[in-house]
Design a protein around this ligand. Sequence first.
Ligand SMILES: [Mn+2]
Length: 462
Amino acid sequence: MKRTTPLDRYFNELCPDFRIESWTPSDSSLSEASEMFLNNPSTLDLQGRYLAEAIYLDSLKQSDVDEGIERYIKRYTSKNYGSDPVRVAAINHLCRNASTNHENVTSQTLIELLTERCVTAPANHNREPLPLNCMKDVQESTRFGGIVFLPKDAEVIVIGDTHGDLASTRHIINEIKTSGALDRGAYAVFLGDYTSNGVRSWQNLAEILSFQQEHPDSVVLLSGNHEFRESYITVLNEYLSVHWDRFTVTELPDSLQDRLPKNDNHYGHLRLELVRSFGFAEGERIYSMCAEWGLTLPYICISDNLMISHSLGKLDSELELAELLYSKQHDIDSIRLFGYEVWQMRRASLHSALINNREISAQLLSDFSQVLNVDQFVVGHCHYRSGDTLHLGDNTVTTIVSSEPFSLDSGHYMYQQMMLERSEKRHVENLTAGDAVAGYLLFSAEKQGERKMRFSKLTASV
Ligand SMILES: [Mn+2]
């Protein structure tokens, strides 16, 4: 008779339609079972690997965390990068840092900010129709499920992806404070992607959360695709493969090269930066708090005809936009059960609808325009389009990123995307000549007629 291991139960209960042909049940403990799983990557599909990692990490006792995660990282990376001494050195460096809390920093401020700002979306279990017209007449910032409504005549400042670029974020927040805009009733809306790619993720997140704490009624933080927990498999693959290769094969300008540390990757990730700064146990604890906080964030901000979101994706038969707008609870439950990456694979259309889509078309804008009665869109996400405004049919869409490629904290990633990737995609996507431009947007308070949009460019001196 087939015995049932904890791992079987895990899959039977959480992924009833998931089949792992190669898995042989044994008497192993949960931790050993998941390690066996991880030792057979050739027979696993991606979902199995992500789930196995989640099981493994969950199974670590508090006292085993440091050693357990280090062992896991080294085992995982040795399969893929064991023959590359430079990558192995980078992994040893990471593990050494994570085992010795050498940065004299405290996590307390970040923890307090995360705890205070964990505001869950009001649920609408009855799936009542979205009272769109009445919500558009709100007098102050009002959350409804995954949407935040602002007054229709509001002055709105939109800040795009900042991606761990503390220098750019500080510069922008200082400009907003100096302008006195929030004191006269303006709103500041951040488009998500507060961490990773750039190299000061948790500090950047803390800066933005502090700003929101100072102005809780006027600062709106939306969710991007980076506000979700990612597995070490994904993170280390990005760190040691995707971005490592991009960094080492590309000729970078001297001004960028000069300030990047030697023999290390210049791609940051919230999880890696947290364990480097605070050690594995504390870093992992804070990472979990960040992921919980991320789940509470809204997806969309609407002020009259203006819709602000991280990205826009295809509305298709699988996606019930109405459901998404009423409540994030279904997403939150699924992500907690399966982890972000598995959820993303299982509900790809839902995920891409507002968080992780790169294509833009007249039809797409028209679909959203009809559902939400808007005609002006602002999105982030596509870094190589930053600064572009496209007129498609009756709608316009502006893409904005707020990490300056030559800032102190952007690593090498924004340079790669905003200059090199843009020039590669220029002809395919009909982009205008020149580099993508980092900045933020200001929408004037609307009196009679059109609300004016102004682009405030970040300079390379940030
Ligand atoms: Mn982004």
